[in-house]
Design a protein around this ligand. Structure first.
Ligand SMILES: [Mg+2]
Length: 393
């Protein structure tokens, strides 16, 4: 049996909702199996690029990248027209331009994105206090307690998407399911402006058909490693036993074992506290010369600072991570007494940490920078750094 995902265009939704309220569709996801939740993952479609296209009619229907077009610029977001050419976020701008010569670069306008973000969060909070933002443009919502008596999580998700469209003139996609892992996969299923509902009992089958690179937390590097182990899809992953997964993926083994079975025990965490924020890059060719290392550092600084700014994070410890071509790695950190003031200071410390290690004993294959000791991180709970946040490229 094939899992059916409905892409519901907004224009049809009103009709659909009316039918549901007439009792023609009772929304069968009102039943709660033991321990299962009702989770919605909402994700704006090509968020930064869509805001730019909304605000500048000249950009509509055209391939647009938000980010710097210069030599070391990085694409922060790409419109769907640009994605058709293979342009992706976190891609170096020169690569993007090569793939899509007509690509239009626009500078980011974080104030505009933050304004839209505040609007959608307000919409979320009308429906539930249990909102866990993942970034400016996506969030998990736990709507198990249907506080307005709307009737089903599917219907709540449709109302949210309608309100987002009305109030921001932007489109969002939503995944509706019984846990976070499946809901996030589902929101991606019918993008853009789509929706997908995976009911209890359908999760394992849905996951089996998907490539593992789409799994939250796997990332391109994880997917590469899995491919070498013969794991391409959820079904391949489900065929591995837990000892194998623990041996190969350490602390992520248990998560992967459950994920492959459509199980995810993580609750939606409102007021989620981030421990660190960073990014790293694996290079297609090992790097050893000082000049190449410095250029790589500049590139990492651009990527990571963009993320820091987007998350409005403030912190005072910067950690440099290098992985040598023999796969040994080392980290060097520096803590300030105050939060890192700006990108200039972040860049200066990043370079200082690197210079102290030069010349390197052997070429590196990976470089990463992380900001930690974040403001608001006062509770020393058990949470580990969010590895998903670290797999940038
Ligand atoms: Mg998005």
């Amino acid at each position: 049996m094939k899992t059916v995902c409905r892409a519901v265009p907004l224009s049809f939704q009103k009709v659909y909702l009316r039918q549901m309220s007439n009792g023609e569709d009772q929304g069968s996801d009102t039943e709660d199996e033991g321990g299962l939740r009702k989770i919605i993952h909402v994700d704006m479609d090509a968020f930064f690029a869509s805001v730019e296209q909304r605000d500048d009619p000249e950009l509509r229907g055209k391939p647009v990248a938000v980010g710097g077009s210069g030599g070391r610029g990085v694409v922060a977001a790409a419109s769907y027209e640009a994605r058709k050419f293979g342009v992706r976020s976190a891609m170096p701008s020169v690569t993007a331009k090569r793939l899509c010569p007509d690509l239009i670069f626009v500078r980011h306008r974080f104030d505009a994105y933050k304004e839209a973000s505040a609007t959608i969060r307000e919409i979320f909070r009308y429906f539930t206090p249990h909102v866990e933002p993942l970034s400016l443009d996506e969030a998990y919502l736990d709507v198990t307690d249907d506080i307005h008596g709307i009737g089903s999580a599917t219907r709540i998700a449709q109302l949210i998407r309608e309100r987002i469209k009305e109030q921001t003139n932007l489109t969002a996609s939503a995944g509706v399911s019984y846990n976070k892992f499946i809901a996030k996969l589902a929101s991606d299923q019918n993008k853009p402006d789509g929706m997908c509902v995976i009911k209890p009992g359908e999760g394992a089958q849905f996951v089996a058909s998907l490539p593992v690179r789409r799994f939250h937390g796997v990332g391109p590097k994880g997917a590469e490693k899995m491919a070498k182990l013969g794991i391409e899809t959820g079904a391949d992953l489900a065929a591995k036993d837990i000892e194998f997964l623990r041996a190969n993926f350490g602390s992520m083994g248990d998560y992967l074992y459950r994920a492959a079975r459509g199980i995810d025990l993580r609750p939606v965490r409102a007021n989620r506290i981030r421990k660190s924020l960073g990014g790293e890059r694996t290079y297609s060719e090992d790097i050893s010369s000082g000049a190449a290392l410095r250029e790589a550092m500049d590139n990492i600084i651009d990527i990571v600072w963009e993320r820091i700014e987007r998350a409005e994070a403030k912190g005072r410890t910067i950690t440099l991570k290098l992985k040598y071509n023999d796969f040994t790695s080392l980290t060097r950190a520096k803590s300030l007494t105050e939060n890192v003031a700006d990108k200039l200071e972040f860049a200066r410390i990043g370079h200082e940490l690197l210079e102290e290690l030069l010349p390197l004993p052997m070429p590196i294959r990976l470089m990463g920078l992380t900001l930690s000791n974040l403001e608001g991180d006062s509770d020393k709970d058990e949470r580990k750094p969010d590895t998903a946040q670290l797999s940038l490229l």
